[in-house]
Design a protein around this ligand. Structure first.
Ligand SMILES: Cc1cc2nc3c(=O)[nH]c(=O)nc-3n(C[C@H](O)[C@H](O)[C@H](O)COP(=O)(O)O)c2cc1C
Length: 197
């Protein structure tokens, strides 16, 4: 199974990078998988050389293919102007519209104000709705004040990370492109009953 983290921040160091890394670490505790991270600080200068997917060079195509080929995505962005970053949007503008169908996506964001936490619901989740991906119900939002020197120091955010990862494996396993090994017995039962009727 391939798990890909994407950090939409265009700065380093990055609080969002910390959130994405913590989510990936918790996921890796539960499943055997390779985890990689696309950092937009490095990827964006390559991707912006192309305005369309057919203009991508070798390196840009490799980044887009990593996204398209992942089984699970952990996508984080800082809030910029009440949305996710433009650099992150450009990456997803280059991703094939069929490539993420049915894939599970964990969403995370960091921001300066609690007032913009709903960016996750009103901006971020609909992007993945377009792709037909399955976003995990619990999202993770952290404020600048939840970090000390870019390390996460608010236990409430840690608990939210734990909850999102638990949901990833427990609530939506039927969507797993990895197959039935993660499938929840209750969902298998519903599927059997549906097939029988
Ligand atoms: C250009 C820019 C726009 C921003 N716009 C918002 C915003 O609209 N709402 C908000 O809560 N924070 C905003 N912020 C603050 C960042 O979201 C916050 O500092 C975030 O933690 C940065 O993440 P990073 O450390 O991963 O780069 C903005 C920051 C920048 C640089």
């Amino acid at each position: 199974m391939r798990i890909l983290g994407i950090n939409g921040s265009v700065k380093q160091p990055s609080r969002t990078a910390t959130l994405v890394a913590e989510l990936l670490a918790r996921i890796a505790q539960r499943v055997t998988a390779t985890t990689e991270v696309v950092e937009l600080t490095e990827a964006a200068p390559i991707l912006f050389q192309a305005l369309r997917a057919d203009q991508l060079g070798k390196n840009g195509r490799a980044i887009v293919e990593a996204v398209e080929g992942a089984d699970i995505l952990v996508v984080g962005s800082p809030v910029y102007r009440a949305s996710y970053t433009g650099a992150l949007k450009h990456l997803f503008d280059l991703v094939d519209f069929r490539a993420l169908e049915g894939k599970r996506v964990v969403l995370a964001a960091t921001g300066g104000t609690p007032l913009h936490g709903l960016m996750l619901e009103h901006q971020f989740r609909p992007l993945f709705g377009f792709f037909g991906a399955v976003t995990i119900p619990t999202t993770v939002y952290a404020l600048e004040s939840d970090f000390t020197e870019y390390a996460l120091t608010n236990p409430a955010v840690e608990a939210r990370i734990e909850r999102a990862v638990a949901e990833l494996f427990d609530l939506l396993p039927a969507a797993s492109p990895a197959g039935g090994d993660l499938a929840h017995p209750a969902i298998r039962l519903v599927l059997r009953e549906t097939a029988a009727n």
